[in-house]
Design a protein around this ligand. Sequence first.
Ligand code: HMN
Length: 288
Amino acid sequence: MNGIFTALICSFDEKGQVNEKGLREIVRHNIDVQKVDGLYVNGSSGENFLMSADQKKKVFEIVKDEVKDEVKLIAQVGALDIDEAVELAQYATNLGYDALSAVTPFYYRFDFEEVKDYYNTILENVDNKMIIYSIPALTGVSMNLDQFAELFENEKVIGVKFTAPDFFLLERIRHAFPDKLIYSGFDEMLLSAAVLNVDGAIGSTFNVNGQRAKQIYALAKESRIDEAREIQKVTNDLIAEILANGLYQTIKEILKAKGVDAGYCRKPMKRLTEDKVKNAKAMAVKYC
Ligand code: HMN
């Protein structure tokens, strides 16, 4: 389960329905062109929190059918409705997903006991492993070292997707839990996280920049830091342009410029203006 995992984006048609052909093409592009080690399905980048449970199931099904066993698959099943989270966890497990992940429950400012109960409840109901999805900037849920330690007491919790710029905490978790899997969640900080010896990374920009991410990660593992920094620099030039233009929409337009039917985002995410589509096309030529 080590390495570079793309947080898979999803292709939707103009009406916001899952575009199966486009989704299959995105999967193939990630495996055949970006050559990533695995896919993280129905995360933030997959617009998970904008979809119905049926749509999420459809995405899990199509991706598994396209991938078979070519790369590892992690299913993000977190949902505020805990019954839905359990149902999705069972669904993805039955399809053969290698591991589950669930975002920390958000919106109601749950206390830590409630967060812990959320994970343990999902895991009591499914025979699979769990990667905690921690993304404080979007959920408002921050956890300290002791709290991660409590979650890790459940042996089925095998790791964390750490999406925060807190390298002090990241180092503390790495040091305290050498056997748990830690995935870096911010692509622009991949090198810094790799130097701290994470086990891999999960990110949205790998849909279009996976090859560079793999190089950064491999070079860092070989302690070839100067070379890795050069590639992180180009990567961050691209990420800065993507973020300024509209994150997921721009990734989709770059993919379209490469011939992948990446479709549109679901509402309320907006469409790019013509100028921004042009910017994305220029990024595809310059970087991809
Ligand atoms: C997911 O759940 O889809 C991703 O793993 C989330 C991932 O951490 C991305 N974060 C967000 O999209 C909020 C990053 O890849 C991020 O897009 C990238 O580092 C650019 O800031």
